[in-house]
Design a protein around this ligand. Structure first.
Ligand SMILES: Cc1cc2nc3c(=O)[nH]c(=O)nc-3n(C[C@H](O)[C@H](O)[C@H](O)COP(=O)(O)OP(=O)(O)OC[C@H]3O[C@@H](n4cnc5c(N)ncnc54)[C@H](O)[C@@H]3O)c2cc1C
Length: 632
């Protein structure tokens, strides 16, 4: 293979691109990672944090599937918290504050030392296509790189334009160039282009913040790691607290008086913004009745005094940003290290993609990350990982790897994107996930380890360890179900003593341990040892045993729902189906189906505008078609 010939080329080394390039090379593909600068490999464009509600689940899945984000977060985190800890396990999510500089350094080191991977510091300008198939990438210095698979992960750089008040600067991120020629080339290839908008707050000098006026928020103790490969996080690593303050009526007045100077409201930006992570201008406009909005001050790292004020992302002019920030308690005398800005950038509607993240128009061309209309590091990394795996499988002539909505948050993310598209930046939430009782952070290994193992991304030893863990959980659940406590025995007297200490009624009839554990006030450690056998299982085993027993009824119902879901999902649609030949389905729906090319009936059912009647007709047509083909 010549120097410029690769098996996979990845454009962009953000969160999507680094995962894509790492996994492709780990799966044995000779990979090139073309990116604007080595120094910005894995750079966090916005806030210094990983995880969060719905996002923590993505990170855990990335971890099991051999991704790097979880390890980077564990090595460089400076505060770790379990969100929704008081709520059910199903919506519990991990989050950490990261040392921004160290996070990037960690990712750079991993990428630069990865075998099979060549980093090329350049700008990709053109996707080379021959007879509908991708053949490589042209870079700005004039070289053509060849590969049968290309992944574009160019993030916010595609025709990026930054706005501060009336000032517009082309760029993909502060101080970095926009990717204009590549965007035009993507459009020339026939892809539609939309524009989305996001924004970032100013960065503030912590030496000038009066933290005494704020609420403090410490790390959990002990800090819980993201990765199954991290045995524990040293307590001393989770050093820095966050702080909480609030906007005031004065802040809101300042913003209201300056709406006309905000690029979003002056008409300067026409792109769609992030609904769930709005700018402070958006919040004041949309929640006019609210007298205060939370501002969460996140430390940027151990070697810097810089703080990221989460909650006041803005595109207002610099002088208005200052006036607004000075009106917030604790920030009256703060020094600005840099100002906030809004950015609009091109995205490709994700309905252009197959479930493998390969485009329908160009064979071998994959898209991952913010280019697909998502927002957030975790969403980007998840897509990058999947695109990298699928590009590698394509190069090896193997079937694509598609995760179902019933298997993983990643499956939901990609299915939502390709079947429904998105008309605003898409962010992951637990509420998007139908089967979240059985798709939790704590059982990502149970759901995904067998895939990772199959692709060579998990060692045999780790795979066996996971299998052992679940054997132990099953065994312990069985034991609790089979252990009956009889009134009048010593065990029963001891259990009743514990139950009374926790205001729980005493046992009067023979009762199994699992039935006792179902009581809300009863925890595993209170009852587990009463058959005389001491149980010292690890915490992750105990948590799952407890969960499986307490929520058994709900889990059972959800598993039934999954069975029903799988029935329709298992009805495959042949790739060469001609929808125009299906009688009784309107031309509009026929066109929708041929545009989306759903892989199965379930996906077809989720495409907006496809009616239940059309699905019934399609189901009958597919049965007939399959019969005809078998008879041929
Ligand atoms: C100002 C700003 C504010 C944001 N605010 C939020 C927020 O509030 N909430 C949130 O969830 N997310 C926010 N984000 C988005 C978040 O940063 C992205 O979702 C995430 O970084 C996307 O990852 P990515 O890998 O797709 O792209 P990026 O992280 O943008 O990485 C793109 C990579 O592609 C490279 N590249 C681009 N074009 C080329 C080319 N032609 N040739 C070679 N290399 C190229 C770049 O150098 C870069 O390495 C914000 C981003 C910005 C810039």
């Amino acid at each position: 293979m010549n120097k410029n010939q690769f098996e996979c080329i990845v454009i962009g080394a953000g969160h999507a691109g680094t995962e894509a390039a790492l996994v492709a090379s780990r799966m044995g593909c000779k990979t090139a990672l073309v990116t604007l600068s080595r120094k910005t490999i894995g750079l966090m464009s916005c806030n210094p944090a990983v995880g969060g509600v719905g996002k923590g689940q993505l990170v855990k899945e990335i971890d099991i599937l051999g991704g790097e984000m979880s390890l980077a977060a564990d090595r460089t985190g400076i505060q770790f918290r379990q969100l929704n800890a008081s709520k059910g396990q199903a919506v519990r999510s991990s989050r950490c504050q990261s040392d921004r500089r160290r996070y990037t350094q960690y990712m750079q080191q991993v990428v630069l030392h990865q075998g099979n991977l060549t980093v090329i510091e350049d700008m990709a300008t053109e996707i080379l296509v021959r007879n509908g198939k991708v053949s490589g990438v042209s870079i700005e210095t004039g070289l053509d790189l060849q590969a049968p698979a290309v992944i574009i992960a160019a993030g916010t750089f595609l025709k990026g334009r930054m706005h501060v008040g009336k000032t517009i600067t082309p760029g993909g991120r502060i101080g970095e160039r926009a990717s204009v020629r590549l965007t035009d080339n993507i459009s020339d290839l026939g892809f539609p282009i939309l524009f989305f908008k996001t924004g970032t707050p100013p960065r503030l000098d912590g030496k000038t913040i009066d933290f005494s006026k704020m609420e403090i928020q410490h790390s959990d103790n002990p800090p819980v790691p993201f990765s199954f490969k991290t045995p524990h996080i040293p307590k001393e690593q989770a050093l820095l607290p966050c702080y909480i303050t609030r906007t005031t009526e004065k802040t809101h007045d300042i913003i209201r008086q300056n709406f006309h100077q905000s690029p979003m409201y002056s008409g300067q930006i026409d792109a769609t913004g992030v609904r769930y992570c709005p700018s402070i201008e958006d919040k004041i406009k949309k929640f006019a009745g609210k007298s205060a909005h939370q501002v969460f001050l996140e430390p940027e790292g151990l070697d810097t005094d810089e703080y990221y004020p989460n909650g006041i992302s803005t595109g207002l002019p610099e002088n208005v940003q200052e006036e607004m920030v000075y009106s917030i308690p604790g920030l009256e005398k703060v020094k600005f290290n840099c100002y906030g800005y809004s950015i609009e950038h091109a995205v490709i509607p994700p309905t252009e993609l197959k479930a493998s993240l390969e485009t329908q128009k160009v064979d071998g061309l994959f898209l991952a990350g913010q280019i697909n209309g998502t927002t957030g590091y975790e969403e980007a990394a998840a897509q990058g990982l999947m695109a990298g795996i699928n590009a590698s499988l394509k190069v090896k002539n193997q079937h694509s790897f598609i995760l179902g909505r019933d298997e993983a948050y990643i499956g939901v993310l990609i299915d939502d994107l390709i079947t429904k598209g998105t008309n605003e930046p898409y962010r992951m939430f637990t509420s998007r996930v139908e089967y979240r009782l059985v798709m939790r952070e704590d059982n990502a290994d149970k759901r995904l380890a067998h895939y990772s193992h199959k692709f060579g991304l998990m060692t045999e030893a780790d795979f066996q360890k996971t299998a052992q863990k679940y054997k132990l959980i099953d065994k312990e659940v069985r034991r609790l179900k089979e252990t009956r406590i009889y009134p009048g025995t010593k065990e029963c007297r001891e259990i009743n003593e514990v139950l009374s200490q926790h205001n729980s009624s005493p046992l009067r009839n023979p009762t199994e341990l699992n039935v006792i554990l179902r009581r809300p006030e009863v925890r595993y450690h209170m009852i587990a040892g009463f058959d005389g056998k001491k149980k010292d299982h690890p915490n992750d085993v105990i948590d799952q045993v407890e969960y499986e027993i307490k929520y058994e009824g709900f889990i059972h119902r959800q598993l039934k729902d999954i069975e029903r879901f799988r029935h329709i999902e298992n009805i495959k649609i042949p790739e060469d189906i001609d929808y125009s030949k299906i009688p009784g389905v309107s031309i509009e729906i026929q066109q929708k189906l041929s545009h989306h090319t759903p892989a199965n009936l379930g996906q077809a059912n989720r495409i907006s505008g496809v009616t239940p009647a059309a699905i019934s007709i399609l189901m009958i047509y597919l049965k007939k078609l399959s019969l005809e083909r078998r008879q041929r």
